[in-house]
Design a protein around this ligand. Structure first.
Ligand code: FDA
Length: 497
Protein backbone atom coordinates (compact mmCIF):
# COMPACT_ATOMS: atom_id res chain seq x y z
CA UNK A 1 0.00 0.00 0.00
CA UNK A 2 1.18 3.54 -0.69
CA UNK A 3 2.65 5.40 2.28
CA UNK A 4 0.32 8.09 3.67
CA UNK A 5 1.11 11.56 2.33
CA UNK A 6 2.26 13.89 5.10
CA UNK A 7 0.06 16.98 5.42
CA UNK A 8 1.21 19.87 3.22
CA UNK A 9 3.99 17.85 1.61
CA UNK A 10 4.35 18.77 -2.05
CA UNK A 11 6.44 17.19 -4.80
CA UNK A 12 9.53 19.21 -3.93
CA UNK A 13 9.08 18.50 -0.22
CA UNK A 14 8.95 14.81 -1.04
CA UNK A 15 12.07 14.99 -3.22
CA UNK A 16 14.25 16.81 -0.68
CA UNK A 17 13.69 14.07 1.86
CA UNK A 18 15.52 11.62 -0.38
CA UNK A 19 17.66 13.66 -2.77
CA UNK A 20 20.23 16.34 -1.79
CA UNK A 21 18.82 19.81 -2.54
CA UNK A 22 21.87 20.68 -4.67
CA UNK A 23 20.69 18.09 -7.21
CA UNK A 24 17.25 19.72 -7.54
CA UNK A 25 16.33 22.79 -9.57
CA UNK A 26 12.93 24.46 -9.27
CA UNK A 27 11.70 26.76 -12.04
CA UNK A 28 12.41 29.73 -9.74
CA UNK A 29 16.04 28.71 -9.20
CA UNK A 30 18.56 31.03 -10.91
CA UNK A 31 20.40 28.03 -12.41
CA UNK A 32 17.25 26.45 -13.84
CA UNK A 33 17.45 28.03 -17.35
CA UNK A 34 21.12 27.07 -17.74
CA UNK A 35 20.60 23.50 -16.59
CA UNK A 36 17.57 23.14 -18.86
CA UNK A 37 19.42 24.58 -21.87
CA UNK A 38 22.56 22.46 -21.31
CA UNK A 39 21.58 19.69 -23.70
CA UNK A 40 18.89 21.30 -25.84
CA UNK A 41 20.35 20.49 -29.27
CA UNK A 42 17.47 21.74 -31.42
CA UNK A 43 17.01 25.45 -30.81
CA UNK A 44 13.37 25.26 -31.91
CA UNK A 45 12.56 23.84 -28.50
CA UNK A 46 14.27 26.61 -26.51
CA UNK A 47 11.67 29.27 -27.21
CA UNK A 48 9.22 30.39 -24.50
CA UNK A 49 6.18 28.86 -26.30
CA UNK A 50 7.34 25.38 -25.28
CA UNK A 51 5.85 23.88 -22.13
CA UNK A 52 8.77 23.52 -19.75
CA UNK A 53 9.28 21.32 -16.70
CA UNK A 54 8.51 22.53 -13.18
CA UNK A 55 11.65 20.92 -11.80
CA UNK A 56 14.87 19.37 -13.01
CA UNK A 57 16.28 16.50 -10.97
CA UNK A 58 19.91 15.56 -11.58
CA UNK A 59 20.35 12.21 -9.78
CA UNK A 60 23.74 10.78 -8.95
CA UNK A 61 22.53 7.26 -8.20
CA UNK A 62 19.65 4.89 -8.89
CA UNK A 63 17.98 5.48 -5.53
CA UNK A 64 17.50 9.17 -6.43
CA UNK A 65 15.69 8.07 -9.58
CA UNK A 66 13.53 5.68 -7.58
CA UNK A 67 12.61 8.51 -5.18
CA UNK A 68 11.75 10.80 -8.09
CA UNK A 69 9.29 8.19 -9.40
CA UNK A 70 7.75 7.58 -5.96
CA UNK A 71 7.32 11.34 -5.33
CA UNK A 72 6.07 11.96 -8.86
CA UNK A 73 3.36 9.35 -8.54
CA UNK A 74 2.35 10.51 -5.07
CA UNK A 75 1.97 14.12 -6.19
CA UNK A 76 0.75 13.63 -9.76
CA UNK A 77 3.87 15.07 -11.35
CA UNK A 78 5.01 13.20 -14.45
CA UNK A 79 8.66 12.61 -15.29
CA UNK A 80 10.42 12.98 -18.60
CA UNK A 81 13.89 11.47 -18.81
CA UNK A 82 16.78 13.17 -20.52
CA UNK A 83 20.13 11.54 -21.26
CA UNK A 84 21.83 13.39 -24.13
CA UNK A 85 18.91 15.68 -25.08
CA UNK A 86 19.20 14.89 -28.81
CA UNK A 87 15.52 14.03 -29.25
CA UNK A 88 14.57 15.66 -32.56
CA UNK A 89 11.25 16.85 -31.13
CA UNK A 90 12.66 17.77 -27.72
CA UNK A 91 10.32 15.38 -25.91
CA UNK A 92 12.88 14.66 -23.20
CA UNK A 93 12.48 18.17 -21.80
CA UNK A 94 9.35 19.80 -23.24
CA UNK A 95 5.71 18.88 -23.49
CA UNK A 96 3.28 19.91 -26.19
CA UNK A 97 0.39 19.65 -23.71
CA UNK A 98 0.23 21.93 -20.70
CA UNK A 99 1.07 19.43 -17.98
CA UNK A 100 2.94 19.30 -14.69
CA UNK A 101 6.17 17.43 -15.20
CA UNK A 102 9.75 17.28 -14.00
CA UNK A 103 12.82 16.29 -15.98
CA UNK A 104 15.09 13.57 -14.66
CA UNK A 105 18.34 14.66 -16.28
CA UNK A 106 20.98 11.93 -16.16
CA UNK A 107 24.00 14.06 -17.07
CA UNK A 108 25.67 13.31 -13.73
CA UNK A 109 25.39 9.54 -14.23
CA UNK A 110 27.85 8.61 -16.91
CA UNK A 111 30.19 5.90 -15.70
CA UNK A 112 31.68 3.53 -18.27
CA UNK A 113 33.06 0.29 -16.79
CA UNK A 114 34.82 -1.90 -19.32
CA UNK A 115 35.73 -5.53 -18.77
CA UNK A 116 38.01 -6.09 -21.77
CA UNK A 117 38.64 -9.71 -20.83
CA UNK A 118 34.95 -10.58 -20.76
CA UNK A 119 34.35 -8.23 -23.74
CA UNK A 120 31.52 -6.47 -21.94
CA UNK A 121 30.89 -3.03 -20.46
CA UNK A 122 28.36 -1.38 -18.16
CA UNK A 123 27.55 2.12 -19.30
CA UNK A 124 25.29 4.63 -17.58
CA UNK A 125 22.53 6.23 -19.64
CA UNK A 126 23.88 9.75 -19.06
CA UNK A 127 27.21 8.98 -20.77
CA UNK A 128 27.49 10.33 -24.27
CA UNK A 129 28.38 7.83 -27.01
CA UNK A 130 31.84 9.40 -27.35
CA UNK A 131 32.57 8.63 -23.69
CA UNK A 132 31.60 5.00 -24.24
CA UNK A 133 33.78 4.70 -27.36
CA UNK A 134 36.70 6.40 -25.59
CA UNK A 135 36.31 4.14 -22.54
CA UNK A 136 36.36 1.03 -24.71
CA UNK A 137 39.46 2.15 -26.64
CA UNK A 138 41.32 2.97 -23.44
CA UNK A 139 40.94 -0.68 -22.47
CA UNK A 140 41.41 -2.31 -25.84
CA UNK A 141 42.34 -1.12 -29.33
CA UNK A 142 40.51 -4.03 -30.94
CA UNK A 143 37.08 -3.76 -29.34
CA UNK A 144 34.22 -1.46 -30.38
CA UNK A 145 30.48 -0.91 -30.07
CA UNK A 146 27.94 -0.33 -32.86
CA UNK A 147 25.95 2.77 -31.85
CA UNK A 148 25.36 6.27 -33.31
CA UNK A 149 27.84 8.39 -35.26
CA UNK A 150 27.59 11.69 -33.38
CA UNK A 151 29.65 11.53 -30.14
CA UNK A 152 27.37 13.80 -28.08
CA UNK A 153 24.29 11.56 -28.41
CA UNK A 154 23.15 10.16 -25.06
CA UNK A 155 23.50 6.43 -24.48
CA UNK A 156 20.04 6.44 -22.84
CA UNK A 157 18.00 7.68 -25.79
CA UNK A 158 20.15 6.08 -28.49
CA UNK A 159 20.02 2.53 -27.11
CA UNK A 160 16.35 2.88 -26.15
CA UNK A 161 15.38 3.68 -29.75
CA UNK A 162 17.75 1.26 -31.54
CA UNK A 163 21.04 3.06 -32.27
CA UNK A 164 23.10 2.60 -35.41
CA UNK A 165 26.22 3.98 -37.07
CA UNK A 166 29.11 2.92 -39.27
CA UNK A 167 29.19 -0.61 -37.79
CA UNK A 168 25.55 -1.39 -38.58
CA UNK A 169 26.35 -3.78 -41.42
CA UNK A 170 28.87 -5.67 -39.30
CA UNK A 171 27.06 -5.76 -35.95
CA UNK A 172 23.53 -4.39 -36.31
CA UNK A 173 22.06 -1.92 -33.83
CA UNK A 174 23.15 -0.95 -30.32
CA UNK A 175 20.00 -2.36 -28.70
CA UNK A 176 20.54 -5.90 -29.98
CA UNK A 177 23.98 -5.93 -28.39
CA UNK A 178 22.64 -5.06 -24.92
CA UNK A 179 22.80 -8.04 -22.56
CA UNK A 180 21.47 -6.56 -19.30
CA UNK A 181 19.92 -3.32 -18.03
CA UNK A 182 19.09 -1.59 -14.77
CA UNK A 183 15.68 0.07 -15.02
CA UNK A 184 13.52 2.00 -12.56
CA UNK A 185 9.92 1.05 -13.37
CA UNK A 186 6.67 2.99 -12.88
CA UNK A 187 6.47 1.80 -9.25
CA UNK A 188 9.94 3.08 -8.46
CA UNK A 189 11.37 -0.45 -8.32
CA UNK A 190 14.89 -1.07 -9.62
CA UNK A 191 14.88 -4.05 -11.98
CA UNK A 192 17.45 -5.92 -14.01
CA UNK A 193 17.16 -8.68 -16.59
CA UNK A 194 16.76 -11.36 -13.94
CA UNK A 195 13.94 -9.53 -12.11
CA UNK A 196 11.98 -8.15 -15.07
CA UNK A 197 9.74 -9.99 -17.51
CA UNK A 198 11.19 -11.20 -20.81
CA UNK A 199 8.81 -8.85 -22.65
CA UNK A 200 9.93 -5.87 -20.59
CA UNK A 201 13.57 -6.66 -21.33
CA UNK A 202 12.68 -7.01 -25.01
CA UNK A 203 10.84 -3.67 -25.03
CA UNK A 204 13.53 -1.50 -23.41
CA UNK A 205 16.01 -2.53 -26.11
CA UNK A 206 14.65 -0.57 -29.06
CA UNK A 207 11.02 0.18 -28.15
CA UNK A 208 11.79 3.88 -27.76
CA UNK A 209 12.68 5.98 -24.71
CA UNK A 210 10.37 7.02 -21.87
CA UNK A 211 7.70 4.31 -22.22
CA UNK A 212 9.19 1.43 -20.25
CA UNK A 213 10.80 3.15 -17.28
CA UNK A 214 14.03 5.00 -16.67
CA UNK A 215 17.03 2.98 -17.78
CA UNK A 216 19.87 3.70 -15.37
CA UNK A 217 22.55 1.65 -17.12
CA UNK A 218 23.13 -0.91 -19.83
CA UNK A 219 25.46 -3.89 -20.06
CA UNK A 220 26.70 -4.42 -23.60
CA UNK A 221 28.74 -6.91 -25.55
CA UNK A 222 31.88 -5.35 -26.99
CA UNK A 223 32.72 -6.48 -30.49
CA UNK A 224 36.00 -7.14 -32.28
CA UNK A 225 37.49 -4.72 -34.79
CA UNK A 226 40.92 -5.02 -36.45
CA UNK A 227 43.78 -2.78 -35.23
CA UNK A 228 43.50 -0.75 -38.45
CA UNK A 229 40.40 0.43 -40.24
CA UNK A 230 40.27 2.49 -43.42
CA UNK A 231 38.07 5.51 -44.02
CA UNK A 232 37.46 7.28 -47.32
CA UNK A 233 35.39 10.26 -48.35
CA UNK A 234 34.84 10.81 -52.05
CA UNK A 235 32.69 13.72 -53.20
CA UNK A 236 31.16 13.66 -56.68
CA UNK A 237 29.11 16.40 -58.26
CA UNK A 238 26.28 15.84 -60.70
CA UNK A 239 28.65 16.90 -63.49
CA UNK A 240 31.09 14.28 -62.28
CA UNK A 241 28.43 11.57 -62.52
CA UNK A 242 26.76 11.65 -59.11
CA UNK A 243 23.42 10.45 -60.53
CA UNK A 244 24.90 7.35 -62.20
CA UNK A 245 27.05 6.61 -59.14
CA UNK A 246 24.25 6.84 -56.60
CA UNK A 247 22.08 4.75 -58.89
CA UNK A 248 24.74 2.04 -58.81
CA UNK A 249 25.46 2.54 -55.10
CA UNK A 250 21.92 1.61 -54.07
CA UNK A 251 22.44 -1.90 -55.52
CA UNK A 252 26.09 -2.39 -54.60
CA UNK A 253 26.28 -1.00 -51.05
CA UNK A 254 23.65 -3.28 -49.42
CA UNK A 255 25.31 -6.35 -50.97
CA UNK A 256 28.93 -5.62 -50.00
CA UNK A 257 30.78 -7.81 -47.48
CA UNK A 258 29.83 -6.83 -43.90
CA UNK A 259 33.30 -5.33 -43.30
CA UNK A 260 32.54 -2.46 -45.65
CA UNK A 261 29.98 0.31 -45.14
CA UNK A 262 29.60 3.08 -47.70
CA UNK A 263 27.07 5.69 -46.71
CA UNK A 264 26.01 8.72 -48.70
CA UNK A 265 25.56 12.35 -47.83
CA UNK A 266 23.84 14.22 -50.66
CA UNK A 267 23.72 18.01 -50.54
CA UNK A 268 23.39 20.63 -53.26
CA UNK A 269 24.75 19.12 -56.46
CA UNK A 270 27.15 16.83 -54.61
CA UNK A 271 27.15 13.33 -53.21
CA UNK A 272 29.77 12.36 -50.68
CA UNK A 273 30.54 8.63 -50.59
CA UNK A 274 31.80 7.95 -47.11
CA UNK A 275 33.27 4.53 -46.47
CA UNK A 276 34.54 2.65 -43.48
CA UNK A 277 36.30 -0.64 -43.99
CA UNK A 278 37.32 -2.99 -41.20
CA UNK A 279 40.73 -3.69 -42.67
CA UNK A 280 43.63 -2.03 -44.45
CA UNK A 281 43.87 -0.05 -47.66
CA UNK A 282 45.69 -2.95 -49.28
CA UNK A 283 42.65 -5.21 -49.19
CA UNK A 284 40.09 -2.43 -49.61
CA UNK A 285 41.28 -1.12 -52.98
CA UNK A 286 40.96 -4.42 -54.87
CA UNK A 287 37.57 -4.97 -53.24
CA UNK A 288 36.38 -1.54 -54.43
CA UNK A 289 37.82 -2.12 -57.91
CA UNK A 290 35.87 -5.32 -58.23
CA UNK A 291 32.56 -4.26 -56.61
CA UNK A 292 32.27 -0.57 -57.41
CA UNK A 293 34.90 0.38 -60.04
CA UNK A 294 32.79 3.34 -61.24
CA UNK A 295 33.60 5.28 -58.06
CA UNK A 296 37.30 5.32 -58.94
CA UNK A 297 38.41 4.69 -55.38
CA UNK A 298 42.17 4.12 -55.05
CA UNK A 299 44.95 4.12 -52.46
CA UNK A 300 45.15 7.92 -52.47
CA UNK A 301 41.68 8.01 -50.85
CA UNK A 302 42.68 5.74 -47.94
CA UNK A 303 42.93 7.06 -44.39
CA UNK A 304 44.15 4.24 -42.18
CA UNK A 305 43.68 4.54 -38.42
CA UNK A 306 42.58 2.66 -35.31
CA UNK A 307 38.78 2.30 -35.10
CA UNK A 308 38.53 4.83 -32.26
CA UNK A 309 40.03 7.57 -34.44
CA UNK A 310 37.55 6.87 -37.19
CA UNK A 311 34.70 8.07 -34.96
CA UNK A 312 35.75 11.75 -34.66
CA UNK A 313 37.23 11.59 -38.19
CA UNK A 314 33.89 10.68 -39.72
CA UNK A 315 31.96 13.09 -37.56
CA UNK A 316 34.23 16.13 -37.69
CA UNK A 317 36.89 15.50 -40.32
CA UNK A 318 40.67 15.04 -40.44
CA UNK A 319 41.50 17.65 -37.79
CA UNK A 320 39.35 15.96 -35.11
CA UNK A 321 40.98 14.39 -32.05
CA UNK A 322 39.97 11.84 -29.45
CA UNK A 323 39.12 14.68 -27.08
CA UNK A 324 36.23 15.56 -29.36
CA UNK A 325 34.67 12.32 -28.14
CA UNK A 326 34.59 13.67 -24.60
CA UNK A 327 33.57 17.24 -25.36
CA UNK A 328 30.10 17.80 -23.99
CA UNK A 329 30.00 21.48 -24.87
CA UNK A 330 29.16 21.22 -28.52
CA UNK A 331 27.96 24.68 -29.47
CA UNK A 332 26.36 23.61 -32.76
CA UNK A 333 22.70 24.13 -31.91
CA UNK A 334 20.80 24.89 -35.09
CA UNK A 335 17.06 25.06 -35.59
CA UNK A 336 16.35 21.69 -37.16
CA UNK A 337 13.75 19.52 -38.87
CA UNK A 338 14.21 15.84 -39.67
CA UNK A 339 12.33 13.06 -41.45
CA UNK A 340 13.24 9.51 -42.39
CA UNK A 341 12.37 6.77 -44.87
CA UNK A 342 13.20 3.17 -45.71
CA UNK A 343 13.80 2.02 -49.29
CA UNK A 344 13.19 -1.57 -50.44
CA UNK A 345 13.13 -1.12 -54.24
CA UNK A 346 15.85 0.66 -56.20
CA UNK A 347 14.94 4.27 -56.89
CA UNK A 348 14.78 4.83 -60.70
CA UNK A 349 17.74 6.72 -62.17
CA UNK A 350 15.45 9.46 -63.53
CA UNK A 351 14.22 10.03 -59.98
CA UNK A 352 17.78 10.39 -58.66
CA UNK A 353 18.24 13.13 -61.26
CA UNK A 354 15.10 14.83 -59.93
CA UNK A 355 16.34 14.47 -56.33
CA UNK A 356 19.40 16.52 -57.23
CA UNK A 357 17.07 19.23 -58.53
CA UNK A 358 15.28 19.18 -55.17
CA UNK A 359 18.60 19.48 -53.33
CA UNK A 360 19.33 22.89 -54.84
CA UNK A 361 15.86 24.39 -54.29
CA UNK A 362 15.34 27.21 -51.76
CA UNK A 363 15.29 25.82 -48.22
CA UNK A 364 16.81 22.50 -49.37
CA UNK A 365 18.20 20.20 -46.71
CA UNK A 366 20.59 17.29 -47.07
CA UNK A 367 19.98 13.55 -47.38
CA UNK A 368 21.98 11.01 -45.43
CA UNK A 369 21.63 7.44 -46.66
CA UNK A 370 22.82 4.37 -44.76
CA UNK A 371 22.95 1.08 -46.66
CA UNK A 372 21.56 -1.98 -44.86
CA UNK A 373 22.09 -5.65 -45.71
CA UNK A 374 24.55 -7.93 -43.88
CA UNK A 375 24.06 -8.10 -40.07
CA UNK A 376 21.38 -5.44 -39.63
CA UNK A 377 19.15 -7.15 -42.19
CA UNK A 378 19.85 -10.70 -40.99
CA UNK A 379 18.25 -10.32 -37.54
CA UNK A 380 14.58 -11.42 -37.50
CA UNK A 381 12.05 -8.58 -37.30
CA UNK A 382 10.62 -9.69 -33.97
CA UNK A 383 13.98 -10.25 -32.24
CA UNK A 384 13.98 -6.64 -31.03
CA UNK A 385 11.37 -3.87 -31.45
CA UNK A 386 13.48 -2.36 -34.30
CA UNK A 387 11.77 -3.90 -37.37
CA UNK A 388 13.66 -2.53 -40.39
CA UNK A 389 15.48 -5.67 -41.45
CA UNK A 390 15.25 -8.08 -44.38
CA UNK A 391 14.94 -6.44 -47.78
CA UNK A 392 15.82 -2.90 -46.71
CA UNK A 393 18.26 -1.44 -49.23
CA UNK A 394 18.90 1.76 -47.34
CA UNK A 395 17.61 4.27 -44.81
CA UNK A 396 17.18 7.92 -45.74
CA UNK A 397 17.36 10.79 -43.33
CA UNK A 398 16.29 14.24 -44.52
CA UNK A 399 17.97 16.95 -42.45
CA UNK A 400 17.22 20.67 -42.56
CA UNK A 401 19.10 23.28 -40.51
CA UNK A 402 18.58 27.01 -40.17
CA UNK A 403 20.18 29.47 -37.84
CA UNK A 404 17.66 32.09 -36.83
CA UNK A 405 14.19 31.59 -35.49
CA UNK A 406 12.52 33.46 -38.34
CA UNK A 407 14.31 31.40 -40.99
CA UNK A 408 12.17 28.26 -40.74
CA UNK A 409 9.53 28.79 -43.43
CA UNK A 410 11.53 27.64 -46.48
CA UNK A 411 13.26 24.63 -44.86
CA UNK A 412 10.05 23.41 -43.24
CA UNK A 413 8.24 23.68 -46.57
CA UNK A 414 11.07 21.89 -48.39
CA UNK A 415 11.02 19.09 -45.86
CA UNK A 416 7.25 18.51 -46.33
CA UNK A 417 7.45 18.76 -50.13
CA UNK A 418 10.47 16.48 -50.41
CA UNK A 419 8.82 13.89 -48.17
CA UNK A 420 5.72 13.99 -50.39
CA UNK A 421 7.84 13.71 -53.55
CA UNK A 422 9.61 10.60 -52.23
CA UNK A 423 6.43 8.73 -51.30
CA UNK A 424 6.18 6.54 -54.45
CA UNK A 425 9.77 5.31 -54.06
CA UNK A 426 9.89 4.31 -50.39
CA UNK A 427 8.27 1.73 -48.08
CA UNK A 428 4.46 1.60 -47.99
CA UNK A 429 1.72 0.30 -45.70
CA UNK A 430 3.11 1.48 -43.45
CA UNK A 431 5.59 4.07 -44.67
CA UNK A 432 8.37 3.19 -42.22
CA UNK A 433 10.48 5.57 -40.17
CA UNK A 434 13.27 5.12 -37.62
CA UNK A 435 12.12 5.65 -34.01
CA UNK A 436 15.28 7.54 -33.08
CA UNK A 437 14.61 10.03 -35.88
CA UNK A 438 11.51 11.17 -34.05
CA UNK A 439 8.94 12.99 -36.18
CA UNK A 440 5.70 14.23 -34.64
CA UNK A 441 4.21 14.74 -38.12
CA UNK A 442 3.77 10.93 -38.13
CA UNK A 443 1.21 11.23 -35.35
CA UNK A 444 0.68 12.03 -31.69
CA UNK A 445 -1.00 10.15 -28.90
CA UNK A 446 -4.46 11.18 -27.81
CA UNK A 447 -5.07 10.93 -24.09
CA UNK A 448 -8.51 9.75 -22.98
CA UNK A 449 -9.33 9.22 -19.29
CA UNK A 450 -5.71 10.03 -18.51
CA UNK A 451 -4.35 7.17 -20.64
CA UNK A 452 -2.85 7.39 -24.16
CA UNK A 453 -5.08 5.51 -26.59
CA UNK A 454 -3.90 2.50 -28.55
CA UNK A 455 -5.73 3.68 -31.68
CA UNK A 456 -3.88 7.01 -31.76
CA UNK A 457 -0.55 5.35 -31.01
CA UNK A 458 -0.97 2.79 -33.78
CA UNK A 459 -0.91 5.57 -36.40
CA UNK A 460 2.71 6.56 -35.72
CA UNK A 461 3.72 3.39 -33.85
CA UNK A 462 3.44 0.97 -36.76
CA UNK A 463 5.67 3.26 -38.82
CA UNK A 464 8.45 2.95 -36.27
CA UNK A 465 7.81 -0.61 -35.12
CA UNK A 466 5.65 -2.38 -37.75
CA UNK A 467 4.21 -5.62 -36.32
CA UNK A 468 6.17 -5.18 -33.08
CA UNK A 469 4.00 -2.23 -32.04
CA UNK A 470 1.22 -4.38 -30.64
CA UNK A 471 3.59 -6.42 -28.50
CA UNK A 472 5.10 -3.18 -27.20
CA UNK A 473 1.63 -1.91 -26.27
CA UNK A 474 0.68 -5.18 -24.53
CA UNK A 475 3.98 -5.00 -22.62
CA UNK A 476 3.30 -1.38 -21.67
CA UNK A 477 -0.06 -2.44 -20.21
CA UNK A 478 1.72 -5.01 -18.06
CA UNK A 479 4.50 -2.74 -16.76
CA UNK A 480 2.81 0.69 -16.64
CA UNK A 481 -0.98 0.23 -17.04
CA UNK A 482 -1.71 3.74 -15.77
CA UNK A 483 0.53 5.27 -18.42
CA UNK A 484 2.66 7.18 -15.92
CA UNK A 485 5.70 7.37 -18.21
CA UNK A 486 4.38 9.06 -21.29
CA UNK A 487 4.95 11.68 -23.93
CA UNK A 488 3.38 12.57 -27.27
CA UNK A 489 4.84 9.41 -28.82
CA UNK A 490 5.19 6.97 -25.95
CA UNK A 491 3.87 3.42 -26.34
CA UNK A 492 0.22 3.39 -25.16
CA UNK A 493 -0.97 0.51 -22.98
CA UNK A 494 -3.09 -2.12 -24.74
CA UNK A 495 -5.17 -3.63 -21.98
CA UNK A 496 -6.28 -7.20 -22.48
CA UNK A 497 -10.05 -7.34 -23.17
P1 FDA B 1 17.20 12.45 -25.19
O1 FDA B 1 17.79 12.60 -23.84
O2 FDA B 1 16.55 13.65 -25.80
O3 FDA B 1 16.17 11.23 -25.17
C1 FDA B 1 15.48 10.74 -26.30
C2 FDA B 1 14.24 9.97 -25.85
O4 FDA B 1 14.60 8.89 -25.01
C3 FDA B 1 13.26 10.81 -25.02
O5 FDA B 1 11.96 10.36 -25.22
C4 FDA B 1 13.71 10.52 -23.61
O6 FDA B 1 12.68 10.76 -22.66
C5 FDA B 1 14.10 9.06 -23.69
N1 FDA B 1 15.17 8.70 -22.76
C6 FDA B 1 16.37 9.32 -22.62
N2 FDA B 1 17.10 8.71 -21.69
C7 FDA B 1 16.37 7.68 -21.23
C8 FDA B 1 16.60 6.69 -20.24
N3 FDA B 1 17.73 6.65 -19.55
N4 FDA B 1 15.62 5.79 -19.99
C9 FDA B 1 14.46 5.83 -20.69
N5 FDA B 1 14.18 6.75 -21.63
C10 FDA B 1 15.14 7.66 -21.91
N6 FDA B 1 20.72 8.10 -34.09
C11 FDA B 1 21.36 6.99 -34.51
O7 FDA B 1 20.91 5.87 -34.27
N7 FDA B 1 22.53 7.09 -35.21
C12 FDA B 1 23.11 8.30 -35.46
O8 FDA B 1 24.17 8.35 -36.06
C13 FDA B 1 22.44 9.48 -35.01
N8 FDA B 1 22.98 10.72 -35.23
C14 FDA B 1 22.41 11.84 -34.65
C15 FDA B 1 23.04 13.08 -34.74
C16 FDA B 1 22.49 14.20 -34.13
C17 FDA B 1 23.21 15.54 -34.23
C18 FDA B 1 21.27 14.09 -33.41
C19 FDA B 1 20.65 15.31 -32.78
C20 FDA B 1 20.64 12.85 -33.32
C21 FDA B 1 21.20 11.71 -33.92
N9 FDA B 1 20.59 10.46 -33.82
C22 FDA B 1 21.24 9.34 -34.30
C23 FDA B 1 19.29 10.31 -33.14
C24 FDA B 1 19.48 9.91 -31.68
O9 FDA B 1 19.84 8.55 -31.60
C25 FDA B 1 18.16 10.10 -30.92
O10 FDA B 1 17.80 11.44 -30.93
C26 FDA B 1 18.30 9.58 -29.48
O11 FDA B 1 17.02 9.34 -28.96
C27 FDA B 1 19.04 10.57 -28.63
O12 FDA B 1 19.32 10.08 -27.37
P2 FDA B 1 19.61 11.15 -26.22
O13 FDA B 1 19.79 10.42 -24.95
O14 FDA B 1 20.67 12.08 -26.65
O15 FDA B 1 18.25 11.99 -26.26
Amino acid sequence: AAAPVPAKEDFFGCLVKAIPARLLYAKSSPDFPTVLAQTIRNSRWSSPQNVKPLYIITPTNASHIQSAVVCGRRHAVRLRVRSGGHDYEGLSYRSERPEAFAVVDLNKMRAVLVDAKARTAWVDSGAQLGELYYGIAKNSPVLAFPAGVCPTIGVGGNFAGGGFGMLLRKYGIAAENVIDVKVVDANGTLLDKSSMSADHFWAVRGGGGESFGIVVSWQVNLLPVPPTVTVFQIPKTVREGAVELINKWQLVAPALPDDLMIRIIAFGDTTKFEGMYLGTCKTLTPLMSSKFPELGMNASHCNEMPWIKSVPFIHLGKQATLFDLLNRNNTFRPFAEYKSDYVYQPVPKTVWAQIFVWLVKPGAGIMVMDPYGAAISATPEAATPFPHRKGVLFNIQYVNYWFDEAGGAAPLQWSKDMYRFMEPYVSKNPRQAYANYRDLDLGRNEVVNDVSTYASGKVWGEKYFKGNFQRLAITKAKVDPQDYFRNEQSIPPLLAK
